[in-house]
Design a protein around this ligand. Structure first.
Ligand SMILES: [Zn+2]
Length: 171
């Protein structure tokens, strides 16, 4: 099932999601499948559950965009435990379509998360994967990438979005 993507302005995107305590249920497996399906349909490389209106600490990532099954990652209750170096590059978000900004991020990032069985693991990613770890983990704490850009640019995006919403073009 493909879920519609929740857009910037919906409060679900700006509050901390709930920690997952129950693992490996049929519902959870189905939900993960749906998250990947929704992410691929939206042509994203990462998706956090709040982006489909579900306020729970779950994120999926696939930097190969469906090309390499080994790149599929599921993170339950992720936490960033180490960040090294820096990268500056363009970043966007499925929940803020039509906008992209230069965002400074760590270049090598280690995340600690649980898998679908509840087992804790750590994974280190570089470049795009590092950026995805940071971006998606942020989502689960109610933080959007525009919190990492200047207040001026952020306000400009807010104003444009408000205008689009008023015209009915932001749903
Ligand atoms: Zn996003």
């Amino acid at each position: 099932m493909i879920y519609p993507i929740v857009k910037f302005g919906d409060p679900v995107l700006e509050r901390e999601a709930e920690t997952i305590t129950e693992f490996d249920t049929p519902d959870l497996h189905k939900f993960i499948e749906d998250m990947f399906e929704s992410m691929y349909a939206a042509k994203g490389v990462g998706l956090a559950a709040p982006q489909i209106g579900v306020s729970r600490k779950i994120a999926v990532i696939d930097t190969s965009n469906g090309q390499n099954p080994d790149d599929k990652l599921v993170l339950f209750n992720p936490q960033i435990i180490q960040t090294d170096g820096k990268q500056v590059g363009e970043e966007g978000c499925l929940s803020i379509p039509g906008f992209r900004e230069q965002v400074r991020r760590g270049r090598v990032v280690t995340v600690r998360a649980q898998d679908i069985k509840g087992n804790t693991f750590e994974k280190t990613g570089e470049d795009l994967l590092a950026r995805a770890f940071l971006h998606e983990t942020d989502h689960l704490y109610g933080k959007l990438y525009i919190s990492h850009i200047s207040a001026l640019k952020r306000d400009l995006i807010r104003r444009k979005v408000r205008k689009l919403a008023k015209a009915g073009d932001w749903v």
